[in-house]
Design a protein around this ligand. Structure first.
Ligand SMILES: Cc1ncc(COP(=O)(O)O)c(C=O)c1O
Length: 446
C-alpha cells in the first residue's frame, strides 16, 4: 500500500491531472484489490506450508501480476496474421512499430513460397543436429552464401541467433584469456560470456577510454576477445568499430567479434552490415548474424576464417548438441538474402522512411538519444510510465515495445520504435501524432 501511495502521489504530481485522474482512479482501485487479494493469500498459512523452497522463493516474484493489476501488461500480445506494417490483434488494428523486420520481408510471397517448397521437399524438421543427421544441402549452400555476403572464408548456421552467441563465445577462449563486452551488449552475448571459463570484463557503453584502460592492464600473451553489438538493439547507436580496431592494433592478441543482428539488411553495401559500412570486415575476426530480423525467418550464423570455423564446427556445443534450423526456416532466410541483394531499393527505402521518422520525432520534441539506425528509442525514464506509454499507445492503435531493466539501466527506460522498409510516411505521421498525445498525457513531453 505504501508503494502504491508513493507511486500515485508522484505520478499525479507530474502528469496532467484533468486527463489522467479518472484513468488512475480505476487503476488505484484495481491495484488496491490486487494487494488485498495477495495479503489474504499470504496470510493463508496452509498454502505456505504446502510450498517447497523453490515455490516459496519464486512466489515472491510478482512484478507481472502487479503490472497486470494496473491493466498495462505489455507482453505476449497476440497478433492474428502476418507481421506487416499494420496488424490485427484481437479485432484491433494497430500500426506495427515494434518489429525487427527491417527489410519488411516476413510477409513477402517469395519468402513464404521458398519456405513452403522446402517444407514439401525436406519435411518439417531435421530430427537432429548438423553434426550428425541434420545437415541438408540447403544448410551448406546458405553457409556458403552468407560467408561470401559478409566477406569471410566460411560460415556456420545455427537454429537461433541466441544460440550462436551462447555457443561461439564460450568456445573460443580458455581460462587464462579475457572476454571484454560493452555494458549494453545483448543478453545472448552476456550469457555466452557467462558460459565461458575465461575472465569477464565489462566496459562502459561505447567508452573507448574505458575499453583501452582495461586492455592496457591485461597480459600480452593471452587472448582478449572483444564482443560487441554492431548496432545496439535498444538504443539504435553503432559500435565505435574504427576505434576498437585501432585498439586491436595497439595491443597484442586482441580478437574482435561483432554481432550484426541489427546491422544486416540495414547497413553496408546491399545490407552486408556494420563491418562493411565501416570498411572493416577484414579487421573483424568473427561476424555473427541472425535470420530473425532482416532475413525474415529464424536461425543465426557465425562467419570467420577457415581456422576459426573449422574449430567451431567441431566444438561449439549449441551447434553440435542442438537440432539444426528447419528446412523451411533455412530456405526462407536464403530467399530473403537473395532479395536484399537483388533489390537494393528496399534498403534505400528503409533509410528514406527512417530519416523521415527521425526528423519527425525530433521535431515533436521526443528525446531520442544517439540513434543512427531504424531503431528509435523514445526515452521515458520512468518504469511505470513506460508501461503506461506502451498501453496507451496500443489503445490509440500503435504497437511499440517497452524497454525496462535488465534491457537498459533503471534511469534509461524507453519505448522502442522500429522502422521497416515497407512503412509509409503517412503511417509514421500517424504514429508520431498518437505517441505525441500519449507522451503529453503522461507529462513526458511538454
Ligand atoms: C543483438 C542481438 N543479438 C542476438 C539476438 C538473438 O537472435 P535470435 O532472435 O535469432 O535468437 C538478438 C535478438 O533479439 C539481438 O538483438
Amino acid at each position: 500500500m505504501v508503494f502504491c501511495a508513493i507511486f500515485y502521489v508522484k505520478d499525479v504530481a507530474i502528469t496532467n491531472l484533468c486527463l489522467l485522474l479518472p484513468r488512475f482512479m480505476v487503476k488505484i482501485v484495481r491495484f488496491y484489490t490486487f494487494l488485498q487479494q495477495r495479503d489474504v493469500h499470504n496470510r493463508d498459512t496452509s498454502i505456505h506450508l504446502k510450498m517447497n523452497l523453490l515455490q516459496e522463493r519464486l512466489s515472491k516474484y510478482d512484478l507481472p501480476q502487479r503490472v497486470k493489476a494496473l491493466d498495462v501488461y505489455p507482453y505476449f500480445r497476440e497478433i492474428d496474421g502476418k507481421q506487416g506494417t499494420e496488424v490485427e490483434m484481437g479485432g484491433h488494428k494497430v500500426l506495427m512499430f515494434g518489429s525487427n523486420a527491417y527489410t519488411g520481408l516476413t510477409g513477402d510471397e517469395r519468402v513464404i513460397q521458398a519456405g513452403i517448397e522446402a517444407l514439401k521437399k525436406y519435411g518439417s524438421g531435421c530430427a537432429g543436429s548438423r553434426f550428425l543427421n541434420g545437415t541438408l544441402d540447403i544448410h551448406v549452400q546458405l553457409e556458403r552464401e552468407l560467408a561470401e555476403f559478409v566477406g569471410k572464408d566460411d560460415a556456420l548456421c545455427f537454429s537461433t541467433g541466441f544460440s550462436v552467441n551462447a555457443g561461439v563465445i564460450p568456445c573460443l577462449t580458455g581460462k587464462n584469456d579475457y572476454i571484454l563486452c560493452d555494458d549494453r551488449d545483448h543478453a545472448s552475448i552476456v550469457d555466452g560470456r557467462r558460459l565461458s571459463f575465461s575472465q569477464a570484463l565489462k566496459y562502459k557503453h561505447n567508452d573507448m577510454a574505458d575499453l583501452e584502460q582495461k586492455l592496457a592492464r591485461l597480459p600480452e600473451d593471452v587472448i582478449k576477445l572483444v564482443v560487441v553489438d554492431g548496432v545496439f538493439s535498444m538504443e539504435g547507436d553503432l559500435a565505435k568499430l574504427p576505434e576498437i580496431v585501432a585498439l586491436k592494433h595497439k595491443y597484442k592478441n586482441v580478437v574482435i567479434m561483432v554481432d550484426e543482428a541489427h546491422g544486416i539488411g540495414v547497413f553496408g553495401r546491399q545490407g552486408r552490415g556494420v563491418c562493411d559500412h565501416f570498411g572493416l570486415t577484414h579487421e573483424v575476426d568473427l561476424i555473427m548474424g541472425t535470420f530473425s530480423k532482416s532475413l525474415a525467418s529464424i536461425g543465426g550464423f557465425i562467419a570467420a576464417d577457415d581456422i576459426i570455423i573449422n574449430y567451431l564446427r567441431h566444438n561449439a556445443r549449441t551447434y553440435i548438441f542442438s537440432a539444426s534450423d528447419t528446412p523451411a526456416a533455412t530456405a526462407s532466410a536464403m530467399e530473403a538474402l537473395h532479395i536484399i541483394q537483388r533489390e537494393p531499393e528496399r534498403i534505400e527505402r528503409l533509410w528514406e522512411v527512417t530519416r523521415y521518422a527521425l526528423e519527425k520525432f525530433k521535431a515533436a520534441g521526443f528525446e531520442i538519444g544517439e540513434t543512427e539506425s531504424p531503431i528509435i528509442p523514445l526515452y521515458v525514464r520512468d518504469m511505470e510510465k513506460t508501461f503506461y506509454a506502451t498501453k496507451m499507445a496500443f489503445d490509440e492503435g500503435v504497437f511499440i515495445n517497452p524497454v525496462i531493466p535488465p534491457a537498459c539501466a533503471p534511469q534509461d527506460t524507453l519505448v522502442r520504435v522500429a522502422l521497416m522498409a515497407t512503412h509509409t510516411e503517412e503511417q509514421v505521421d500517424r504514429a508520431v501524432a498518437k505517441l505525441t498525445k500519449v507522451f503529453r498525457e503522461l507529462g513526458v513531453l511538454k
